[in-house]
Every structure is written in C-alpha cells, then in structure tokens.
Design a protein around this ligand. Structure first.
Ligand code: COA
Length: 279
C-alpha cells in the first residue's frame, strides 16, 4: 500500500487521565522504524516528558504491529546508499530516542499489541515495564536476512533472557508468542488481547499513585546497579537516595508521617496518600 506519511504523522499520541498513549503510526508498514519516525519520536518524547498533565507514558502501535523493527528500505538501504555519514546519523537518531526513553523522567510501559522484531527490542527494553498480547509475535529476524542483531538487540536479549534462550532466540530466527516472551523474561506479562489495555491502565493507575521523584530514582537505580558490584551499588544508592531527598523532602516526610504517626497505611502493602501532602 502506498501511503506517504509526513514526518509528523509517523507517531501519534493522546493524553488521557495523566496517561500519554504514544503510538508507532505506520500501520501500513507494520510500524517499522524509518529515519522520519525516529526523528518524530524524539520530538514527541521531548513534548511529553515534563508536562504536568502526564504521569506515565505507554508506547504501543497502530494496527497489527507494535514495531516490525528497523525499516529495511529507508533505514538500511537508503541511508547506506548515502554513505557512512548518513548511516551514522540514522543510527544516532534511533539509538538517541531509545536512550532518552531508557532514562525518561516518567515511568514508561510498553504495550505490545502485535509484531515486535529486531530493532523493536531497543524501545521494548527502554520501557520500564512491558505487557504483551498472547498473540503478539516476537523475533530476532536479523539472522534470517543475514546480519547480527545490532542496534542493541543482542544486548537486550543477553540482559533479559537466560543465556541459552538468548542464544537460541538470536541464532535460530524462530519467533515466539507473548506467553513465551513472558516466560523468557522479555516482557512482564502476557494477556489475552482483549484484556491487554485494561491491565496496562491498571498498572498505570498504580504508578500514578506513587511519589514521582521516588519512581524516577527507583527506575534509574535498578538499571544502574545491574552492572555494579554490591559495594558500588550500595554507595550509589546512598547517594541517589540523598539526591532524591533533596528534590522531594516533603513527599518522603509525609510517607513516614502517615505510617509512623497516623498509621493510615503500610508501605509494605501500598502507597501513602499523596493528596494529604501540603503542596
Ligand atoms: N522494513 C521495511 N518495510 C517493512 C518492514 C521492515 N522492517 N516490515 C514490514 N514492511 C513493509 C512491507 O514491505 C510491506 O510494504 P508494501 O505494502 O509496500 O509491500 C508492508 O510493510 C506490510 O508488510 P507485510 O510483510 O505485507 O505484512 P504482514 O503482516 O504480512 O507481515 C511481518 C508482517 C512483520 C511478518 C513482515 O512484514 C516482516 O517480516 N517484516 C520484517 C521484519 C523484520 O525482519 N524486522 C527486522 C528489522 S531489524
């Protein structure tokens, strides 16, 4: 199907009840990532990151795909034809928004509604949490067309999957469904397609109740400490906590007050009531 989308039309988004729903928007191309889409996604992330009416971001896809990975024509063939400079620029534009998303200010959730291939593993990993439809299909198809899983995809499976599954997945070029993706650690959960959105909304609602400064510090901490020794992690966490405290003294004090003095909640069983916090 020949649909010429403007750069701005390659990504769609809406904000409802403090949830930003960001959608890969090239369904006719199975939402594969072209240089245009990569540039537009960075603009959309910029636009949403510090908006007061956004508390959590969900990344999903229009149509039958989440994302069929990199655009083999526009990202690979056409940029390679323009030489190394263009190739490196296209890489920077895609890796750039994935990195931006990995360290995003707001919590992020991937809602994998369909096909998820190759380069798609980059943004999948960038999202803090991931939920898939049982009938979503995941694959490292690179081996099927003659390259290695680059653009971070090898790193993603090595980090998320047990080694045997990572090697099998990357070397065999066989696809897995949402259920297997959950078993192998690529996503948190897999659900029947008609329950996926409801579950993601419920997760977002929980996140929206949490202290936002603590959430940002927590998500960064988990990613950072993964590659540290225990002692380095301990030190990093002391400093990260102190830095978070200086951003949000009131929230933390209120959390302690409601537990210790008011006895109105238990941090082990739920979050404190943010509405009682003095603004
Ligand atoms: N790059 C470029 N174009 C792509 C694409 C990609 N990664 N994925 C899909 N498309 C295009 C197809 O060329 C087709 O374009 P056309 O209508 O102009 O012919 C259109 O999107 C629809 O794709 P189609 O293959 O007809 O859809 P499908 O639903 O039958 O199959 C897939 C879906 C995802 C299985 C199949 O499109 C596919 O294998 N895509 C490549 C996946 C891949 O290897 N990605 C890794 C890249 S790192």
């Amino acid at each position: 199907m020949t649909i010429e989308r403007s750069e701005a039309e390659t990504v769609a988004y809406t904000v409802e009840n403090r949830i930003a729903w960001v959608r890969f928007n090239r369904p006719e191309k199975r939402n594969c990532m072209s240089p245009k889409l990569n540039r537009q996604m960075m603009r959309v992330l910029d636009e949403l990151e510090f908006r007061d009416d956004v508390g959590v971001l969900v990344l999903t896809g229009e149509g039958s795909a989440w994302s069929a990975g990199m655009d083999l024509k526009e990202y690979f063939r056409e940029t390679e034809a323009q030489g190394l400079g263009a190739t490196r620029q296209a890489q920077r534009e895609s890796y750039g928004w994935w990195r931006r998303l990995r360290w995003y200010q707001k919590p992020t959730v991937a809602m994998v509604n369909g096909w998820c291939f190759g380069g798609g593993y980059g943004p999948l990993f960038s999202c803090d949490l991931a939920f898939a439809s049982d009938d979503a299909i995941f694959g490292l198809s690179e081996i099927n067309w003659g390259i290695l899983p680059g653009g971070g995809a090898s790193k993603v499976v090595a980090d998320l999957m047990p080694l045997r599954q990572a090697l099998y997945h990357a070397m065999m070029g066989e696809n897995i469904d949402g259920k297997t993706a959950a078993e192998w650690g690529l996503v948190n959960e897999s659900l029947p397609a008609d329950q996926l959105k409801e579950r993601v909304v419920a997760v977002c609602q929980v996140l929206l109740e949490k202290n936002p400064v603590a959430l940002k510090a927590t998500k960064d901490a988990i990613r950072r400490v993964k590659e540290m020794t225990y002692d380095n992690a301990e030190d990093y966490l002391v400093r990260a906590q102190e830095a978070a405290n200086s951003f949000d003294n009131d929230g933390r004090k209120e959390g302690i007050r409601q537990f210790i003095d008011e006895k109105s909640y238990k941090p082990g069983l739920g979050a404190y009531d943010k509405s009682k916090q003095a603004q």
